[in-house]
Design a protein around this ligand. Structure first.
Ligand SMILES: Cc1cc2nc3c(=O)[nH]c(=O)nc-3n(C[C@H](O)[C@H](O)[C@H](O)COP(=O)(O)OP(=O)(O)OC[C@H]3O[C@@H](n4cnc5c(N)ncnc54)[C@H](O)[C@@H]3O)c2cc1C
Length: 437
């Protein structure tokens, strides 16, 4: 998102920077040249994806590498269902690239605008107790390191580095290729409906364990949860997709225009928030459809917002949710944006929010024109008490001292960074804060 005049801004408008130079490499060799040139000039260099991180993780203080042109399929290993993509490939392009091989990504988050490198570098995830985040699908990667050399990491080569490189916060080098373990293409049956919140909370453990992909949203000041349950079916299963008109009405008209108006109204007159939320639970999310997996996982988000998301051990999910609900009531805030609750399987990525533990995620949002300050602070306090780990791409205030004790492999990651980037060519202020200089 670099504009004429040279200002880079992220999607949420929480961060901006004026990079000294912007480069658009089309080849791996061009990325190597850019890194060598930046090192010679002692300028920090940073690749950005779609700029969809809410945190300062992608802020490019020196050279900005815009990888839009480093996009597409490099190779396919049909036998092992693995594909290698150029790092700048946007997720929404991936289904088209995989279609002729009958493959799909195993799981996705809520949107598909991100680049594959950005999504894995920040630990982007969806929901599903048996499924990891996108970085857990990575079985290989190629990095341009601070010396401009290529470092290939996969089963047969430097395998011990994979759990670090697959979720590297952009701190270890510039990813140029990413190899994903895919699955046979599949269809999802989606059931989205409003339900009484207490009932959903009462059945939470069973629904998380029993359904392939379960999540729910709760609009504060209401007693209703909007549940989303996606069931995996073979690709041959009959499809009943949403009509283009219904999709437009749900996602663009109601989820976009109407929601934007409601948020703006709630900003000017906070007393309107509870009735607007009650209305929202009536007009949002009551539908069933069956479609290709990527068309069900990903939705369109047009209203700008700010977000904080924490992962807690799965057994702390309910207490964490209850505590957030209680604090909203106690403080008398009017929160117009729903709280999102998701889950993921444990994985082995060193800096994954789900490292070594099944995890529950609680995400809180505020309309971008509202100050998230007190609300996010209070939620963060709750999450930290419950052993929470912040999403690297979303807003949080933790530094290296606070993060070290939350990740058993934190010091291993820092040591690898010291080895691969001793002069901190890939630095920015966010990385200084979270990794300690
Ligand atoms: C509307 C919206 C919905 C979202 N939904 C979800 C969701 O459902 N689940 C979830 O977990 N998150 C979600 N996010 C967060 C988002 O997925 C992450 O922040 C993700 O990193 C954004 O990808 P990006 O391509 O925009 O990366 P950027 O924000 O541009 O960059 C993120 C990091 O990746 C690094 N990076 C990018 N390319 C490279 C490269 N080639 N080599 C090395 N490092 C690189 C950057 O330097 C930076 O450190 C959402 C965000 C928005 C705005």
């Amino acid at each position: 998102m670099t504009r004429p005049g040279g200002v880079w801004r992220n999607w949420a408008r929480t961060e901006s920077a004026r990079p000294q130079r912007v480069e658009y490499p089309r080849t791996v060799a061009a990325v190597q040249r850019a890194v060598v040139a930046a090192a010679a000039q002692r300028l920090p260099i940073k690749a950005v994806g779609a700029g969809h991180s809410f945190s300062g993780i992608a802020v490019p203080p020196g050279v900005l590498l815009e990888l839009t042109d480093l996009s597409g399929l490099v190779s396919v290993d049909v036998e092992r269902s693995r594909v290698t993509l150029l790092a700048g490939t946007r997720l929404h392009r991936v289904p088209g690239l995989l279609a002729r091989y009958g493959l799909a990504m195993e799981n996705l988050g809520d949107i598909d605008q991100q680049s594959i490198a950005g999504a894995i570098s920040t630990g982007t995830h969806g929901t599903g107790a048996r499924f990891g985040g996108i970085a857990a699908q990575v079985v290989g990667a190629t990095l341009v390191t601070a010396t401009g050399d290529l470092l290939r990491v996969e089963d047969e080569e430097n395998a011990e580095l994979l759990p670090a490189v697959a979720l590297g916060l952009g701190a270890l080098g510039i990813l140029v290729e990413v190899t994903l373990q895919c699955v046979p293409a599949f269809v999802l049956q989606a059931v989205e409906r409003p339900e009484p919140l207490d009932g959903v909370l009462g059945e939470l453990a069973d629904r998380i364990a029993g359904d392939d992909h379960f999540e729910f949203y709760w609009f504060p000041h209401t007693e209703r949860a909007m549940t989303k349950t996606n069931t995996r079916l073979p690709e041959s299963a009959p499809r009943q997709p949403l009509s283009p008109v219904r999709r437009w009405v749900d996602e663009t008209l109601v989820g976009g225009g109407v929601h934007d108006l409601a948020c703006a109204a709630g900003t000017v007159l906070p007393t309107l928030v509870p009735p607007i939320n009650r209305l929202s639970t009536r007009i949002w999310g009551d539908r069933e459809f069956t479609d290709a997996s990527d068309r069900v996982f990903a939705t369109h988000r047009s209203v700008r917002f700010r977000e904080m998301e924490y992962a807690v051990p799965i057994e702390h999910l309910r207490p964490a949710f209850d505590a957030v609900r209680a604090v909203i009531d106690e403080r008398g805030w009017r929160i117009g944006w729903p709280i999102e609750v998701r889950v993921a399987a444990a994985d082995d990525r060193w800096l994954s929010t789900a490292h070594g533990r099944h995890s529950g995620y609680i995400a809180v949002h505020r309309y971008w024109r509202q100050d998230p300050g007190e609300y996010f602070e209070a939620v963060e306090e709750i999450m930290l008490r419950l052993d929470g780990r912040p999403h690297w791409g979303k807003m949080h205030t933790l530094d290296a001292a606070a993060l070290r004790s939350r990740y058993p492999r934190f010091d291993d990651f820092v040591a690898l960074r010291d080895r691969l980037d001793p002069d901190r060519l890939f630095r920015n202020r966010y990385l200084e804060r979270v990794l300690g200089g």
